[in-house]
Design a protein around this ligand. Structure first.
Ligand code: GRF
Length: 206
């Protein structure tokens, strides 16, 4: 049976689009059932309207404090009864209430080879550090920043004349297929999480 996928996004939504498209084509045994967005002008909302998928906007400024905001997010998320939550350019740290409500059922994509370059502007951090290889990571969401068991990673080269923008574009090309592969594996019940390690996607061909 198709898994119900809930997207959390803050902006452009190109990763969300890739996941939705893979569900529509049948590559992923899932269905995007909703979008939760923390910014009313985010482009992902136009995408959700085009898909015919309900979107809920929950903005931090409308809540007295983080606890009230986190409670609203959890209530909205539970209303979709999702099997899987995909953070796709969601620029906030999830509340622990959400993480505990959906253990090992929240994925994130980060534009760096974790555990290097956590946090904002990961691609800029990579350029400034002078690393020669960068990339992206899809992982289960833990309680720390860009933390949690790693599902898959893709590396890309960093060139001498790279800027944050050129490196971001090269990484983004790899983000979409990497995220789709991870979501597909989740929806096929192929992933197994043991303590901090995920198996099931990178088994050696026998
Ligand atoms: C991506 O680079 C993602 O890795 C990062 O934010 C960006 C979001 O892009 N967390 P989009 O909204 O999916 O187009």
């Amino acid at each position: 049976m198709n898994k119900k996928i809930l997207i959390f996004a803050s902006g452009r939504g190109s990763n969300a689009e890739a996941i939705h498209e893979a569900c529509v084509t049948g590559e992923v045994r899932g269905e995007v059932v909703g979008v939760i967005c923390d910014h009313h002008e985010a482009q992902v909302l136009q995408r959700a309207a085009r898909w015919g998928v309900p979107a809920v906007v929950i903005e931090k400024k409308d809540y007295a404090d983080k606890a009230a905001f986190d409670a609203a997010i959890l209530k909205a998320a539970e209303s979709f009864s999702p099997d899987l939550i995909c953070l796709a350019g969601y620029m906030r740290i999830c509340g622990e209430n959400l993480i505990h409500a959906f253990p090992n059922r929240i994925l994130n994509i980060h534009p760096a080879l974790l555990p290097s370059f956590r946090g904002l502007h990961a691609q800029r951090q990579a350029v400034e550090a002078g690393v020669k290889v960068a990339g992206c990571t899809v992982h289960f969401v833990g309680t720390g920043l860009d933390d949690g068991p790693i599902i898959t990673q893709v590396a890309v080269p960093v060139y001498d004349d790279d800027t944050e923008d050129t490196l971001s574009a090269r990484i983004l090309e790899q983000e979409h297929p990497a995220y789709v592969r991870a979501v597909k594996a989740f929806c096929d019940d192929a992933l197994c999480v043991t303590r901090h390690k995920v198996t099931g996607m990178h088994a050696k061909e026998q």
